[in-house]
Design a protein around this ligand. Structure first.
Ligand code: DP6
Length: 366
């Protein structure tokens, strides 16, 4: 007798098995934002199931714009496609997309009857070191779901958003959190009853203190990422502190949900900075080990601590798997923090580069 594990059973919910109202051609145009994790996802198992739940701020301005032209054709084993980035063909992007299509095909079988011409563009500089896989996979998943909506117009918007996040996750875990906003959780946790390992959900009932929260990205190192996130997640397999880290992240998730509803910014800062440093602690203690912070990253962290002590302005930092620093601060101190960045932190940024952004709502039609 063959039993599906509960997760696989839940995934069945996303299998498309209606009779499609075929369209010959369709053009989808979507833009999806990047996101920055507050509680980090670091460690996963097949198929893209996180070892711990994570929470992120959805960004507003840092986005991927994607257009897909779907052309009906005879059924293929694989999904035929071509991909252009900034108008230039990108064969080097193909292997990642091929495995994405292979993973999602059981849920979107109609895709094997279309040829896809994909054009994509990021609003942030390609060399900025900002992870673009989250926004790219979310935008592509949204284009596919727009086609699905044509083939089956009876679908609800809620289902469509949930399935967009489900498909995006199969391309890149953090992409599950780039579909909606302003604050999204991904990964099952009792604090968020509707949460799931399969897709992201919005965190509701957050305090007004988190409305319009600002995010500045300080570009310390604009090169290619030293550790791909796929390799990074693998480093947690057999890591001596893995189970402590996953427990800690679950505990941080619970604390963060309380902080977000209470609006306690001092606790928010403490927790978010601890998470960022624990993520790097995992990389420092893995085999092989990675030191992804640069001297200028540490200079910025030190300056932020001093600035906070001297001014009382509640600005926090967080890091992803690289040298860049994200600053998080409420809108009411935006001007002060921005002049602090411009006068004291730009010397630590490569070519003085930084990006001002804020929390946003998620997917947009273009
Ligand atoms: C450090 O989502 O890029 O940014 O699922 O392998 O594509 P894959 O990994 P990815 O990992 C993101 C890691 C992180 C933390 C986070 O965003 O939660």
């Amino acid at each position: 007798m063959y039993y599906l594990c509960p997760l696989m059973k839940d995934s069945q919910f996303f299998v498309f098995n209606n009779s499609p109202e075929w369209v010959e051609t369709y053009r989808a145009q979507r833009s999806a934002p990047s996101n920055i994790a507050l509680v980090k996802y670091w460690g996963k198992e097949d198929p893209q199931i996180p070892k711990n739940p994570s929470v992120s701020f959805t960004l507003d301005q840092c986005r991927t714009h994607t257009q897909v032209n779907f052309q009906k054709q005879n059924k293929h084993e694989e999904v035929p496609f071509e991909i252009y980035f900034d108008g230039v063909p990108k064969p080097e992007f193909k292997p990642k997309l091929q495995s994405f299509f292979k993973r999602i095909l059981p849920y979107v079988s109609y895709l094997s009857e279309y040829n896809l011409h994909i054009e994509t563009h990021n609003t942030f500089p390609h060399s900025s070191g900002i992870a673009s896989s989250a926004s790219a996979m979310a935008a592509l998943a949204a284009c596919i779901m727009d086609l699905e909506m044509q083939l089956d117009p009876s679908q609800s918007l809620d289902y469509s958003l949930q399935k967009t996040s489900f498909l995006a996750r199969l391309g890149s875990g953090s992409a599950a959190r780039s579909v909606q906003g302003p604050i999204v959780g991904w990964g099952q946790h009792p604090k968020t009853p509707k949460s799931s390992d399969l897709y992201g959900v919005t965190i509701d009932n957050t305090h007004a203190a988190f409305n319009n929260y600002c995010v500045a990205i300080l570009l310390v190192d604009q090169g290619q990422k030293a550790v791909s996130s796929t390799l990074g997640h693998c480093l947690m397999e057999g890591h001596p502190f893995a189970s402590q880290r996953f427990d800690q992240a679950r505990d941080h998730y619970a604390q963060l949900i309380d902080i977000l509803s209470q609006g306690d910014l001092e606790r928010f800062i403490k927790l978010v900075e601890k998470e960022a440093l624990c993520l790097h602690a995992m990389m420092l203690t893995s085999d092989p080990q990675f030191v992804l912070m640069k001297p200028n990253t540490l200079q910025i962290l030190q300056s932020v601590w001093e600035y906070r002590k001297n001014t009382g302005n509640l600005v926090a930092f967080t890091l992803d798997a690289g040298a860049n620093v994200h600053l998080l601060y409420p809108d009411n101190i935006r001007k002060a923090v921005q002049s602090f960045i411009e006068s004291e932190l730009t010397p630590f940024c490569q070519n003085g580069a930084f990006i001002h952004d804020r929390v946003g709502v998620g997917l947009k039609k273009m």
